[in-house]
Structure formats: structure tokens, C-alpha cells
Design a protein around this ligand. Structure first.
Ligand code: GLA
Length: 708
């Protein structure tokens, strides 16, 4: 709800309140819901600003920096007017949240140039999230340049921990918390993608609770956190101003991507709210609320080395185990037998596919599986027919040797001709094999940013606008297809992509031990139904660790379950185990994929990690506990379950695991399970560690309400 009284605007969600003084561009309050109807006069003249600019006496990091026609950087935006819109405005060319109309529009004008700054605040009541965006309109008579336009500025007062989700390829979104006293910190990407290294989701944790910030964008981003000498903690989120310089001719405008902010009393509540927001207002289309199929992907099973027979054998074994979708990964096109060539040649490798993609897809469908396909549309290999015929499609700086990553170059997606070409060829791939699932990969970051006629300072963002145009067109053309994004694992896992792709490949590291952490970090901002999560071979191809099949399954159930190995090599017994797993998963998939998600323990800091999914009415839950290592002479860890009804009594049973003889079964009160917890004593098998290297110990519990 948005209410305006004079210049004071109150934005309310069920659990939070944001109060803005529009004419002074001040935040008067943001945090836990205010229930009183009291006034705010005593709080006027707040140091907490909704935007900041160079040219006054505020020297904390600026949210807006313009290069004026006279070459100077000073602006002096003054209040013009505010409106409550009934329709949330679209952000031209960019993805944004949907499903809520009422939006506060605030307008400020720089009197000496007539340039206008607009800020927008939309309230999402069902998730306590507020979406914020900003726009610069050049109403002057001369050209100007936007050098920085943050999507959101939030000024807080006090001491905060600045929490980021950082990593590398294969180790994405590891939670890092810094107690920030004073100073300037930032979290960013300059790679032309959100990156494996630093996700745009950040948190500020203070005494009053946790503030979470995310960005609906997939390119270069920057989250600035400055604690100034005055005791003010300023958070800015938006497009990275690195190399950024956007020309605005008279009458033109520039829209920053949408940011989202949420306040909650603790991390657990914050991620529940973020999940509700993403599920309801970011994910779109036919798959929004649909249970996702259990898939088998051949990548780690075959890599590039496959033929029709191998693929069909894997598909047959998977079908026997109850798998529903076969995904043919890299290697099915052109002369793609390794990663040195053929990207861009999206025509069938007839030999490897046994007569063509359609042929193979039909045979897989005849086995009773759906068919999905891998593509990497934004890339080009120099050894490809596409490069030989259209070398100018590649992103390269004339006269310079380009940087190759994974031996490949990128396409210049900032060029409309290239965009149209990609839409055409990728649409053709999807239609010709009748895919019901597409994995859209992106396996390198940008380096040789160049497009003829495109200013360098605009390149990164123009690429993103081109990319969104392409994925927007393709996903609209195939509304029944389930899209999974991928970027060498989870390098572009962000809200921008989730506006088009209903799920994302979380990481190329499929080791259960590592995945507990990666999925845990990812779950702070993104719901489990968006996280692709596979059971892969043992020993694990990335780490060499060995974990029992049941452990790999327990961990993979924390996202959307898939298998990624050569199942045709499984024994009858192993197929039997997988069949039981898949049957169990299907029976409980709604709860696992869409239940309220809670993290258990602390995957990064303690001996215990894991997760739990709870049904809406709290009558059912599934929990997985993951113990990193067993230590002798120290009490076993205790798990505190979450999200249950305190006064209800629950029956807790362990899922029957093929590697455990002992089953667990007991009843306990919800409050006891959540506050006292359950000590994980005697529930693991001592043989496990000796049989497996680098293993973790996991068990899955089913929790059912048996008494109110
Ligand atoms: C990336 C993906 C993998 C796989 C390979 C294929 O690394 O993350 O899952 O698709 O590309 O080349």
C-alpha cells in the first residue's frame, strides 16, 4: 500500500514500512512495520537520502553522476512532483518484476539544465519486497553523458555487516560477511556478466535486522557500501560505472535496471521473502508453478564423445529408473568433437546424432522421455563455418589479437543483425527437434568489447540490451519450453535471467560436499525451484571426492533434481536405487520444489549444513542434514528444524536409504524440534568414511504433523 499525506509517502507491506519525504528526497524510516498513525515531523531533515549527486556538500558515494554539456559534473536536482501511478511502468529494453501496479513516481529537475531524474518505488505486499528503479531524461537542449546511475540508494544509520556471495567457477556464491566499521567497499563485476566471482545479491546486517538488495540485471553490476564518518551506511546498487559513459541527446532518456530491496528480522525470513518475490514476480510463463521434470543430461556421462547408440543406451537406462527428460548437451552440432571449434554452426552433426537431431529426438521420445537440447548462442569459434562466412559477427577489436577463453570468441550481440541471426538459428534448432527444454549456455566472459559504431562506454550495456531482446523473442516464441540458463555453471545466476529462464544451472561443481555450500549460498536470494542440481558420477569429476549415491541424491533434492552421468553403466542394483530415488522425488516433488525453504545449520561455518522444505500449512516437511566430518570425542551436531508449528506434534522418519540399515522414527513437538533440536547421534554409518574419500554424511527426514 502506498499512502501520501502532504510530502510524506508511506509504503507499507504486511511486515515492513518505508517512509519517504518526497520534497527533500529523504528516507525517514525503513524497517519493521510501523503500526502507529503518528506523524514524522520530528524526523524531517534526515541525513538519509534517496539519491545523491556531485555538486553539494555530500561527499559520500553518489548515486547519480552526469557529465553536463559544459563538461562539468555538478548537478542540483530539486523536487518537482510526485505521483502514485496505477500501472507499474515498463523499463524499456530491460527485464523487470511484474504483477503489481501501484508505483510511486518521484520527479526531480536540475534547474540549470532541465535534466530530470525520476525514481520509482513499487510495493510487493505478498513478499515484503520493494522494487526501485531510476531514469534520467535529458530535457536540456544539449547532449549529456550519464556516468553513473544507481538503481537504488538506501541510506542506513549505524554499524553493519556487509554480506556478499562470492567465488569462482565451480565455487559460486560462498557467503562472506564483513563487519564494516568505516570505509568504502564494493562488490562488482566487470566481466560483462553478473559473474561467478560476485553475485549482485548483497545484504546489510545490523541490530534491527537484515536488508537484502538484488538487481534485475545480468551484466556488469556494482554494489557500493560506504560507512562514512557521520555514521551513515550508504548502499548503492546498479550498473557498474566501470568504462560506462552513456550519451543522451536532447529528448533522450536512460533507464537503470530495477533493483529490489527487502527488510526482515533475520536471514531466514529474508530469504523466504526473496523466494516468494522471485517465484511470484520474476519467474514467468507456463512453467512458473509447474513441477519440473527429473532430467538426465549426458555431459558428464560422455562429454563430446558420443554417438546415437551411446545416447539411446543412457536414455533407456534413465527411462527404466523413471527419469522424464533427456537433455543432449554440447557436441551435437557442426564438427564439434572438442571445444576448439564449431560454435555457431547450429546444424546437425549427422554422424553423432545418427541421422540428425530430429531423428534422435524422435527415438528418445519413442522411449517415453521428453527431449531437451543444449545451445550456446552468444558464442563463435574461429574454426566454424559461421566465422568463415561472417567474421564480422565476432566481438573483436580491429587490429588487435583477441583474447580467447575456452578457445572461443563471443558474438557482437550489440548488433541488431547478429541478434536477428541468433533468433533465427536458435529458433530453428528448437523447432526442428521439438525440444521441450533448452539449456542456454554462456562459457566465457567479455574482453574485446567492440562493435562498429558503438561507443566504448556504452558497449557492455548495449550488449545486454541486445541479449535481452534475443532471449525475450525466443522465450516468447516457445512458451511451452522449459528454459534453463547456464554460464559455465552459475556465472549468470541473477534476476535478469530468471525473468526469461525458469531455472539456472547452479554450478559445474556437482560434488555433494561442495554443493551443500553452493546451494546454501544461492538459496539466500533464489528459490530452490530455480536451482538445477544433479547427481553425478563417483568419484566426482571436479573434486575427485567420493560420496554414496544416496548422499548425492539427498543433496541434489535441494534444487531441481537431475542426473548427469552414464547411467547405461549402472548395475541393475544401482538402477533400482535410482528408481526408488526418482519415485520418492516425484511423490514429494511439489514440497521439495515449491515448499518454504529454510537453511539448516551453517554450511559455511559449522559442522552441520542442510536444508528443509515446509508445506504451506506446515503439516509436512522434508529435511536433509549434511554433516561435514565426524569428530570423535565431541558431541554430534544438533539440528534445529525450522518453519514448523510450535504447538503441533510431528512424526519424524528417515527416508529409507540403500546404504543404511537403520531407520529412524520418533515423534516430537514442533517447538522441541525447533528450539531444542535433534542431536544427530548414532544415525550415520561408521563404514561410510572408510569406503569413500572426501565424503559428507547426509540423511533425509520426512516430518509429518500427527497432532495439532
Ligand atoms: C559448460 C556447462 C556444462 C556443459 C559444458 C558443455 O561448462 O556449465 O554444464 O554444458 O559447458 O560444453
Amino acid at each position: 500500500m502506498i499512502r501520501k499525506k502532504g510530502q510524506v509517502v508511506r509504503l507499507e507491506t504486511p511486515n515492513t514500512t518505508l517512509v519517504i519525504k518526497a520534497d527533500k528526497a529523504e528516507y525517514l524510516y525503513y524497517g519493521k512495520k510501523l503500526t502507529s498513525a503518528g506523524g514524522f515531523e520530528a524526523f524531517y531533515d534526515s541525513p538519509r537520502k534517496i539519491f545523491s549527486q556531485f555538486g553539494g556538500c555530500d561527499y559520500t558515494e553518489y548515486s547519480v553522476l552526469l557529465e553536463n554539456a559544459d563538461g562539468g559534473f555538478s548537478t542540483a536536482f530539486e523536487y518537482s512532483k510526485s505521483k502514485i501511478l496505477t500501472e507499474k511502468p515498463e523499463i524499456a529494453g530491460l527485464p523487470s518484476s511484474y504483477g503489481e501496479g501501484k508505483t510511486l513516481e518521484l520527479k526531480y529537475i536540475d534547474p540549470s539544465t532541465k535534466v530530470c531524474l525520476y525514481l520509482y518505488y513499487t510495493v510487493f505486499e505478498d513478499s515484503d519486497v520493494i522494487a526501485v528503479s531510476s531514469r534520467i531524461v535529458n530535457n536540456s537542449k544539449k547532449e549529456i553523458f550519464v556516468r553513473r546511475l544507481s538503481s537504488l540508494q538506501m541510506d542506513l544509520m549505524g554499524e553493519y555487516a556487509f554480506v556478499t556471495f562470492e567465488g569462482m567457477w565451480g565455487r559460486e556464491r560462498q557467503k562472506i560477511s564483513r563487519n564494516v566499521g568505516k570505509g568504502v567497499f564494493y562488490n562488482d563485476s566487470k566481466k560483462g556478466m553478473t559473474s561467478h566471482e560476485r553475485n549482485p545479491f548483497v545484504m546489510a546486517e545490523g541490530k534491527e535486522g537484515v536488508f537484502g538488495f538484488n538487481l534485475v540485471y545480468s551484466g556488469n553490476h556494482k554494489e557500493l557500501f560506504e560507512c562514512d564518518g557521520y555514521g551513515r551506511a550508504r548502499v548503492l546498487t546498479g550498473i557498474n560505472d566501470f568504462m560506462f559513459r552513456w550519451k543522451l541527446l536532447p529528448g533522450e532518456e536512460f533507464a537503470a535496471p530495477e533493483a529490489v530491496v527487502c527488510f526482515a528480522p533475520d536471514e531466514d525470513a529474508l530469504s523466504c521473502r526473496m523466494h516468494a518475490f522471485v517465484s511470484e514476480h520474476i519467474i514467468r510463463g507456463k512453467w512458473k508453478k509447474r513441477e519440473r521434470p527429473v532430467l538426465i543430461n549426458n555431459w558428464e556421462g560422455t562429454y563430446f564423445d558420443f554417438n546415437e547408440e551411446k545416447i539411446l543406451n543412457i536414455a533407456r537406462a534413465a527411462k527404466k529408473a523413471g527419469v522424464e527428460l533427456f537433455v543432449l548437451d554440447d557436441g551435437w552440432f557442426g564438427k564439434r568433437d572438442n571445444d576448439l571449434c564449431a560454435l555457431g554452426d547450429w546444424f546437425d552433426n549427422v554422424e553423432k546424432t545418427g541421422g540428425g537431431l530430429k531423428n534422435l529426438a524422435d527415438k528418445i521420445r519413442a522411449l517415453g522421455l521428453d527431449f531437451g537440447i543444449w545451445v550456446e548462442p552468444e558464442m563463435i569459434s574461429e574454426d566454424s563455418d559461421l566465422y568463415r562466412s561472417h567474421p564480422n559477427f565476432a566481438m573483436k577489436i580491429p587490429g588487435r589479437e583477441p583474447t580467447r577463453m575456452r578457445n572461443q570468441l563471443m558474438l557482437n550481440m550489440a548488433d541488431e543483425k547478429v541478434q536477428n541471426y541468433v533468433v533465427r538459428v536458435i529458433s530453428d534448432v528448437i523447432s526442428r527437434c521439438g525440444a521441450s527444454y533448452v539449456k542456454w549456455d554462456f562459457n566465457r566472459s567479455m574482453s574485446d568489447c567492440y562493435g562498429k559504431g558503438i561507443a566504448q562506454g556504452e558497449y557492455f550495456h548495449r550488449y545486454m540490451l541486445g541479449y535481452y531482446r534475443v532471449v525475450g523473442k525466443i522465450t516468447k516464441k516457445f512458451p511451452f519450453v522449459l528454459f534453463e540458463g547456464c554460464a559455465g555453471g552459475g556465472g549468470r545466476f541473477d534476476l535478469g535471467n530468471l525473468c526469461y529462464f525458469q531455472q539456472y544451472w547452479t554450478s559445474d561443481d556437482t560434488d555433494a560436499r561442495e554443493r551443500v555450500k553452493i546451494q546454501d549460498g544461492t538459496s539466500y536470494a533464489y528459490p530452490q525451484v530455480t536451482m538445477g542440481s544433479h547427481v553425478s558420477a563417483c568419484p566426482n569429476h571436479q573434486t575427485g571426492n567420493s560420496n554414496p549415491l544416496e548422499t548425492r541424491f539427498n543433496v541434489a533434492c535441494g534444487g531441481v533434481l537431475g542426473y548427469e552421468l552414464d547411467m547405461s553403466k549402472f548395475s541393475e542394483e544401482e538402477i533400482g536405487v535410482v528408481a526408488e530415488q526418482v519415485a520418492f522425488y516425484k511423490q514429494n516433488r511439489k514440497l521439495l520444489q515449491f515448499g518454504e525453504y529454510h537453511r539448516l545449520g551453517d554450511a559455511f561455518d559449522s559442522a552441520l549444513g542442510g536444508y528443509m522444505a515446509v508445506s504451506k500449512d506446515r503439516s509436512q516437511a522434508i529435511a536433509v542434514v549434511a554433516v561435514n566430518a565426524r569428530v570423535i570425542g565431541v558431541a554430534e551436531p544438533t539440528v534445529l528444524f525450522k518453519g514448523l508449528l510450535p504447538s503441533a506434534v510431528y512424526e519424524v522418519t528417515s527416508r529409507k536409504q540403500s546404504n543404511y540399515e537403520k531407520d529412524i522414527s520418533f515423534t516430537a513437538g514442533g517447538d522441541m524440534l525447533m528450539n531444542g533440536g535433534y542431536m544427530l547421534r548414532g544415525i550415520f554409518d561408521d563404514k561410510e568414511a572408510s569406503a569413500n574419500s572426501g565424503c559428507i554424511y547426509t540423511r533425509m527426514f520426512m516430518i509429518k504433523k500427527c497432532k495439532n
